[in-house]
Design a protein around this ligand. Structure first.
Ligand SMILES: Cc1ncc(COP(=O)(O)O)c(C=O)c1O
Length: 652
């Protein structure tokens, strides 16, 4: 499969170009691979969101939405949430399970729960709750705060609330009251020490709990989050403690409360075979508990349904080798094959899919503020009279380089450049000479990259040269706030321009964020040929903003983000696309102001304003500024406190 893609890519590169077509952009950025379901490129060269409706899909250009945001005063960067896409994922998952259940004549139902931790934002949760009613889609809560969200937002009594994580008596009381109100709220026992607290609260309030238990799977899955499985997993009960818990429940006369088995193998599981093995083992645990006399009835397989961020359909960390339908069929089939021979009733199937439900519904949009072009500046006609002899050597290398000697020239140029720098440290060469040397070296490397790219086999040390010589596009966003997984775990997310896709992108670039941190950059990009460390982008135009979007960011990114350099939450806009092709701004949230982020780190902006006022007043008294200037300064200070933490365009 990969080989075929490479051949396609080669054919694409060799094709004689007359102008640039949107088909070429589709191929270049691989949008059909990672986004075909919901994104495409219009004939005008804009990315469109394809909102699914009963009869067809309705396409809306992202640029139109951006223009609408700007008319309403919403600056970049902005997280755009598309409610239609979130709804469609809930629908797809439930309908996939329903189809598998019918196909295998499975004698029970599917009940999904959305893990609140994956995106706790109120509007997302409300959308899941509203749309989820049709499918009895509930919530998974991992803390007291999340349980409060689940209890208050859930709209449907047939939906489940699954409580994972460590639970104190406050947590348990809340869950017991929810059960008494008629909500199917399960406590999943994660450690043996939790059980006595649950039993004590239950006795005290006179409410019997719905109990589940989390087992520690021994199946080691592929992917980044495989620590949730295997013997060293920090979650779940071992077989020894599982039996101990059953005994404790028997002794307390409460075994009849144990109805659910939970097993979460990990998030983003790229290999369907690991999922199948995990489900098989979980079924064995389920059978064991039935044999121990527990009533059971619910099998909760946790999260793990992946997103194909790379669009390669392969068993790779950021990809997946299966479709959603296949996932559901594998689960249903494995359960029936395991339980039917023993005549054990089919349980309600529960999954806690988070990423797969919410990732595609959000994208981060930002503008490019500046570009650092790595090309050498034009060389002088000749070297200055007082040039160092090392410069003459570099000059010659730059003159004689050709398609045969370019590897030797590469080594020579680096040698002379390093020598120049060494002499500079020793104070034996001037800054202006070093600057000429650096530019000459860049000129040589540029030529080397050009010659190397024409070779079928490139020496290893030159393989990444064109990427090393790529430009830096400075984006108006903070990686740490909006894309924390890119920094923390090298998450690969699709990135591309949202417009100008009928123009050829002529520059290769990496994208740096607005924080002054060398880690604040995106330098891993999905392409149909695999992961690359630079992305083709367009040159900036003087009179037009250049917008990029990072796609599939709805899962985990908003919640895990932090305040590095005190860049706060971005603006968020939730849109709903209508069947007639119009769209409405359902919700708008203005991102943090500077005063907001200062207060998060315990500054009192009233005190700061007073401190600034005092400094200004002193300056007036000492004659350094005038009173009207003081007034101007105070105004600017207060406006800054109210302003957005990101780069704002000046309005005169
Ligand atoms: C217990 C539990 N359930 C569900 C999930 C969600 O997993 P995913 O986003 O892969 O569906 C997680 C996340 O790791 C989890 O820890």
């Amino acid at each position: 499969m990969k080989g075929v893609r490479n051949m396609d890519a080669l054919a694409f590169k060799q094709k004689k170009k007359s102008g640039w077509s949107i088909e070429e952009s589709k191929e270049l950025y691989g949008i059909q691979n990672w986004g075909a379901e919901y994104f495409d490129i219009s004939d005008e060269g804009n990315i469109v969101i394809k909102a699914p409706f009963e009869s067809s899909k309705v396409a809306v250009p992202i640029l139109d939405i951006v223009e609408g945001m700007q008319e309403r005063g919403m600056e970049m960067p902005t997280v755009l949430r598309v409610a239609n896409l979130l709804d469609d994922r809930i629908k797809s998952l439930n309908e996939s399970f329903h189809r598998a259940i019918e196909e295998y004549d499975y004698q029970n139902v599917y009940r999904g729960v959305f893990p609140i931790k994956v995106n706790q934002q109120c509007h997302v949760i409300e959308e899941v709750a509203d749309f989820g009613v049709a499918y009895n889609h509930g919530f998974e809560a991992g803390s007291k705060a999340e349980l409060i969200i689940a209890i208050t937002k859930l709209k449907d009594e047939k939906s489940l609330i699954i409580c994972n994580g460590n639970k104190d008596s406050e947590f348990i009381e809340l869950g017991l009251y929810a059960k008494e109100m008629g909500i199917k709220c399960f406590f999943v026992i994660e450690t043996l020490t939790e059980l006595p607290t649950i039993l004590e609260c239950s006795r005290r309030l006179g409410i019997e709990p719905l109990l589940g238990v989390r087992v520690r799977s021994t199946v080691k899955v592929d992917g980044h989050w495989n620590n949730n499985s295997g013997d060293r997993s920090i979650f779940g009960l071992s077989t020894t403690f599982l039996i101990q818990m059953v005994e404790d429940l028997k002794q307390a006369g409460m075994l009849h409360c144990l109805q659910l088995l939970h097993c979460h193998l990990g998030s983003q599981i790229p290999n369907i075979r690991s999922i199948r093995s995990g489900v098989l083992e979980t079924c064995r645990f389920y059978i064991g508990l039935v044999e121990e006399g527990a009533p059971m009835g619910y099998l909760d397989l946790g999260g793990g349904l992946a997103i194909d961020y790379e669009g390669l359909r392969e068993n790779r960390t950021h990809s997946m080798n299966y479709e959603m339908d296949e996932y559901c069929v594998n689960i249903v089939e494995t359960i029936t094959e395991s339980l039917d021979p023993l005549n054990i009733k089919h349980p309600v199937i529960v999954t806690e899919s988070g990423r797969s439900i919410v990732a595609s519904s959000s994208l981060l949009i930002f503008n490019i503020l500046d570009v650092r072009d790595h090309r050498p500046v034009p060389l002088p006609a000749k070297l200055p009279e007082d040039h160092h002899e090392l410069l003459a050597n570099l000059w010659e290398v730059n003159e004689i380089i050709n398609d045969k000697n370019f590897h030797t020239c590469y080594n020579d140029a680096l040698h002379y450049r390093d020598e120049l720098r060494h002499q500079f440290y020793l104070g034996q060469i001037s800054l202006s000479n070093v600057a000429i040397g650096d530019n000459l070296t860049l000129s040589v490397l540029d030529k080397v990259a050009g010659f190397a790219s024409k070779r079928e086999r490139v020496p290893e040390e030159l393989e990444n040269l064109s990427e090393l010589l790529s430009d830096v596009y400075y984006g108006n966003f903070s990686l740490f706030q909006s894309l924390p997984d890119v920094w923390a775990i090298d998450q690969v997310l699709p990135v591309m321009p949202i417009h100008r896709l009928n123009e050829e992108p002529t520059r290769e670039a990496i994208i740096a964020d607005i924080t002054c941190d060398c880690d604040g950059k995106i330098d891993l990009f999905t392409t149909p040929d695999g992961i690359k460390s630079a992305i083709p982008l367009h040159t900036l135009k003087d009179d037009e903003e250049y917008y990029l979007a990072v796609f599939l960011v709805g899962a985990y990114q908003e919640t895990l983000g932090d305040l590095h350099n005190l860049f706060g939450d971005t603006n968020v806009v939730s849109v709903k696309i209508h069947e007639d092709g119009t769209f409405s701004f359902e919700k708008e949230f203005h991102g943090d102001s500077i005063a907001d982020v200062l207060s998060y780190v315990e500054y009192d902006t009233k005190i700061m304003t007073e401190e600034f006022r005092k400094s200004c007043e002193n300056a007036v008294r000492e004659g350094r500024i005038t009173a009207p200037r003081r007034k101007q300064m105070m105004k600017a200070f207060k406006e800054s406190l109210d302003g957005y933490t990101y780069f704002e365009k000046e309005e005169y």
